[in-house]
Design a binder for this molecule. Structure first.
Ligand code: SAH
Length: 359
């Protein structure tokens, strides 16, 4: 049994069943055995590939989005650029390079990476060592990020935040817990239903066995970001796979290792765990925090509006040999059968600001 698996066993022995959210937090972030805490999972040789690793064009488009939003709000001299969960640092490197079209944007810019994993913090520092900007790291979105206009990017970050799951049964909505059964981890429903009228009302049409997933971490963080943007200005852009109004009743929690699906409970810390993002819940949290919300809009439409195809043509002209790779990258990022529809973009702006590009 791995050390992390033993820690989960003693936690369950001490407190009884643990929530799916607690299990996710341990499996992803345990300092010794957690998935992100111990490795760089990205790329062809890793467990999955994300948009910034597919093409430099993705980060460039997002960098230019930030410059435009800053420009539209009167180009404040002091401002902060924050990325949540920056992975290998590729998106930030591409965004900062693209932002050189507006040198005043880069002057007086506080660049902050919000990254929990020490391994990935190191990979990011290495990637960005020659980028020309001064960068600092924090492990979570904290009070040091609230005093300036905020431009914030988050790609495939919210899907990694812990969720709790509730299952509709004849006796009401019962929380799904992680338990020990015959020496293995297993799921079991809490015997007593969760007394939440809110779940019952919003999911009245759910069939028996229907699942409702909630991420308190995601909504609390979104509200905190919205508050800064409403008060200080700026804009936030979340890109992730998830659903908008059309939330279904199935579960979306998944484990991925070596580019294929894995068992959720078999080897905690060895596979990536993620869940589809509930964009309607994030939008409601952002409005509660005082921001105006744009989207969710399909990633394909969003990137096409920002001009990603024109950027590809430009790159092809300067390097015709790269044409095939660029066509393939564009297809992956915006093709409706690929990432174009499943992935969505959501933007948070101050209520007084004009519509951001791409929406
Ligand atoms: N944005 C990157 C990586 C996505 S994977 C890309 O698109 O390639 C998720 C990232 O979020 C990883 O860097 C992971 O270490 C980080 N992360 C996950 N949960 C976190 C948390 N609660 N706090 C801070 N960082 C977190």
């Amino acid at each position: 049994m791995s050390a992390l698996r033993e820690r989960i066993a003693s936690l369950i022995a001490a407190q009884g069943p643990i929530s799916v959210a607690q299990f996710m937090t341990l499996a992803l972030h345990d300092a010794e055995g957690g998935y992100y805490a111990t490795r760089d999972p990205f790329g062809v040789a890793g467990d999955f590939i994300t948009a910034p690793e597919i093409s430099q064009m993705f980060g460039e488009m997002l960098g230019l989005w930030c410059v435009q939003v800053w420009h539209d709000q009167g180009q404040p001299k002091n401002k902060r650029l924050v990325e949540l969960g920056p992975g290998r640092g590729t998106l930030m490197a591409d965004a900062l390079r693209a932002a050189r079209v507006a040198p005043e944007f880069l002057l007086g810019l506080d660049v902050v990476m919000v990254e929990a994993s020490p391994v990935l913090q190191k990979a990011q520092a290495e990637k960005l060592k020659d980028c020309g900007a001064r960068i600092r790291w924090v492990t979570h979105f904290d009070d040091s990020l609230t005093d300036l206009p905020l431009l914030l990017l988050a790609n495939e970050f919210f899907d990694a935040l812990p969720i709790r799951q509730y299952v509709k049964t004849a006796r009401g909505w019962c929380e799904r817990m992680v338990v020990e059964k015959a020496g293995a981890l297993d799921f079991a429903l809490a015997p007593a239903p969760t007394p939440s009228a809110a779940i019952a009302a919003s999911r009245a049409a759910a069939p028996d066995g229907g699942v409702y997933e909630v991420s308190a971490s995601a909504t609390a963080l979104t509200e905190a970001i919205a508050r800064v943007i409403a008060e200080k200005g700026g804009g936030a852009l979340f890109l992730d796979y998830g659903y908008g109004e059309e939330a279904g009743y199935g579960e979306t929690l998944q484990a991925v290792g070596g580019h294929s699906f894995a068992d959720l409970l078999a080897a905690p810390g060895e596979d990536d765990l993620s869940a589809h993002v509930d964009f309607a819940a994030l939008a409601a949290a952002a409005q509660h925090g005082g921001a105006r919300v744009y989207g969710p809009r399909a990633q394909g439409e969003f990137l096409a509006d920002l001009g990603i195809t024109g950027r590809a043509e430009q790159l092809m002209k300067s390097n015709p040999d790269a044409a095939q790779g660029l066509f393939a990258a564009i297809e992956r990022l915006i093709g409706p059968q690929q990432m174009g529809n499943l992935f969505k973009a959501l933007a948070l702006l101050p209520p007084s600001a004009e519509k951001p590009p791409g929406f």
